[in-house]
Ligand binder design. Sequence first.
Ligand code: FDP
Length: 288
Amino acid sequence: MSDATTEEVFDVVAATAPEIRATLVDRVGFESEENPSGEKQIAADVHADRLLEERLRPIDGVNEYASEERDELVTDGDGEDEGYGVAVDPVDGSSNIETNNAAGTIVGIYDGALPASGDKLVGAAYVLYGPRTTMVAATEGSVTEYVIEDGDRAVVREDVRIPDEAGDKGVFGFGGRVSEWPAEVEAFVREIEQELKLRYSGAMIGDINQVLSYGGIFAYPPLRSAPESKLRLLYEGNPIGYIVEAAGGRSSDGDRSILEVPPEDLHQRVPVHIGTTEYVDRLEAALD
Ligand code: FDP
């Protein structure tokens, strides 16, 4: 059993999920602002961020709130390593909303001041707004899948494990233009496309959820024009790396577990390769 604060964060995220789902329908237009990573925000990003901040901050034991959609950290403290810092990606895959494809919400719960290293995570979860609204949450080395109905989470699967071997259903999905990938990444993809089926949805959560179910690998690799790639360490790489590692898989920035990448900035980017251990090992060897 995990600690009370972590469970309360999961409860609040589940309780808020139906409202976030509703904003994906009602608030598809763009805001005039960009987020701190220079991407256009849709109104749903901004609204979901406000809802989560309003509800997560009052939780006993949560001292800091950081979001992909805001520049600054919201903090109750003085940056001391006390209490939990919660980092969220309110709407992951927001560019999928316009085309009515899957999106998600990600939360990472760090024991310490933000930005903290992935090693400080005590829990992480993602919500997937697909045909069903589901949540996958990890804490203390175990992963549970829930279905969310009326804001309550009900267990669907306990002790979720990523398949050790990607069988017939194994999938891969790599982000970025092929012409932007380093030659080693392209050569690796040519190899694994003989073994796995290509599935790339444009929402990390949608892609990760199928890798977790079927085995395989998801990546947003370093790009020629952006060696740090696209995804954010605090809000995406770490929480999803934590969940997949707890499910028996691996995460890597190309060199080491994403959870070991030193955090320098709230909006730091990181190359992401996550999935079945065998494929992440092989990718690291290819990049070596
Ligand atoms: P989005 O910008 O639409 O929010 O968070 C970044 C992210 O989506 C991921 O969910 C997704 O995997 C990736 O970016 C998609 O990027 P591309 O549009 O470059 O494929």
